[in-house]
Design a protein around this ligand. Structure first.
Ligand code: HEM
Length: 373
């Protein structure tokens, strides 16, 4: 309320109110290009082509457009259209695996394996290779928030190694897809002759890697935060059970109330930028507090109340502007199907520990385990 735009001791800026965050996300003078920023992961990413989340126009726009041609609604009919049955089958298979267990961990037994399985399917990864994907994704996701002051060096090294192994694996798969048009994303990108021409192999690999990483822990956290919210409000869980259509606004409200991405930690000012009467000097790093913006009382009535019936719920859960989450339609569908199946099939689920233990990341928020019985 008092300081929508705050300068930190290291000279970077933190922006925490809805209007200012939205304004900055639409400002063409803000850069997402990793080459303008210095962060720990640069050491890892610097060795490979940046993916479009870390690029500015025109490179960003060309690559995003090319990927979007194959990915799906709302922009084009693509891979995500008609996935409902496949996703439901994956979810039911995971819930079948709960049989005989006294306690279930919603993270390890359900939310964690689900999105990797889905993205492997989209990319065209053979089923027998999926377990290797899970291990690589684990190591990479773990290393994203590497902090040289507090974390053991292996955390970064394991992440670097996993990125390399994943890259080599995907490069091998891509090699096989050239000249063989198929339905999976790698085949489509490798053989695309659309208006923007073809992506290079490096660009395809960076894109595949981005989809895997950007779409994994975020979705895990949305499903887990959703289950936690429902378990804390049994009347809401009951309502969802008897009113299945509620799941659509309920997932939107989760993206506002318990968003998986709390902060966009990487933007840089290309010029001096004035926002809320503060001049952010050219070259400054800017952090955008999405979760705070989505609970701004100047934008949302009773922001700390979980209310799936609220209207006009334009949350910042997927960001905004040119980098608006590319996987939003898929993440929504996955979470809607996951929560619907969990509330229908679990009889009297109760939380074992409240609050559950959380991942240490300030950027991606969600429990590391969520035990229920
Ligand atoms: C971008 C959130 C799931 C792919 C973003 C951004 C946010 C976000 C906040 C904006 C980042 C920025 O402006 O720098 C989420 C959340 C998810 C989710 C909360 C789940 C609940 C997914 C999924 C995929 C995906 C499932 C793909 C399979 C991407 C990509 C971008 C992105 C490719 C970059 C877009 C661009 O730079 O144009 N996501 N995401 N996300 N997301 Fe997601």
């Amino acid at each position: 309320r008092e300081t929508p735009v705050a300068r930190q001791a290291d000279g970077s800026y933190v922006v925490s109110t809805y209007r200012e965050i939205a304004e900055l996300l639409h400002n063409p003078h803000l850069s997402s290009d990793v080459r303008n920023l210095s962060r720990p992961m640069e050491a890892v990413q610097g060795r490979t082509t940046p993916s479009f989340i870390n690029l500015d126009p025109p490179e960003h726009d060309r690559l995003r457009r090319m990927a979007m041609r194959h990915f799906g609604p709302p922009h084009t009919p693509g891979l995500v259209t008609g996935m409902e049955d496949d996703l439901t089958a994956v979810v039911n298979g995971l819930i079948d695996g709960f049989a005989g267990k006294e306690q279930i961990d919603i993270v390890d037994d359900f939310a964690y394996p689900f999105p990797v399985t889905v993205i492997c399917h989209l990319l065209g990864v053979p089923r027998e290779d999926e377990p290797r994907f899970h291990l690589w994704v684990d190591a990479i996701v773990n290393s994203i928030d590497y902090n040289p002051e507090t974390d053991p060096k292996e955390k970064l090294e394991n992440g670097v190694q996993a990125r390399e192994d994943l890259r080599q694996y995907l490069a091998g798969l891509l090699e096989q897809r050239h000249g063989k048009p198929g339905e999976d994303l790698l085949s489509r990108l490798a053989n695309d002759d659309g208006p923007d021409g073809r992506m290079t192999d490096e660009e395809i690999l960076a894109t595949a890697n981005l989809l895997l990483i950007a779409g994994h822990e975020t979705t895990v956290n949305l499903i887990t935060n959703g289950m936690l919210t429902l378990l804390r409000q049994p009347q809401m869980l009951q309502r969802l059970r008897s009113e299945p259509g509620l799941v659509v606004p309920l997932v939107e409200e989760l993206l506002r109330y318990e968003p998986p991405v709390h902060i966009i930690p990487w933007r840089a000012a290309y010029t001096d930028i004035t926002v809320a009467d503060t001049v952010i000097p050219k070259g400054s790093k800017i952090m955008l507090m999405l979760a705070s913006g989505s609970r701004d009382p100047n934008r949302f009535h009773d922001p700390d109340v979980f209310d799936p019936d609220r209207r006009d719920n334009e949350h910042l859960g997927f960001g905004s502007g040119i980098h608006l989450c590319f996987g939003g339609p898929l993440a929504r569908l996955e979470t809607q199907i996951a929560l619907t199946a969990l509330v229908q099939r679990l009889e009297e689920p109760t939380l074992v520990t409240d609050p559950p233990p959380y991942r240490p990341s300030p950027v991606l928020r969600g429990p590391i385990h969520l035990h229920i019985e």
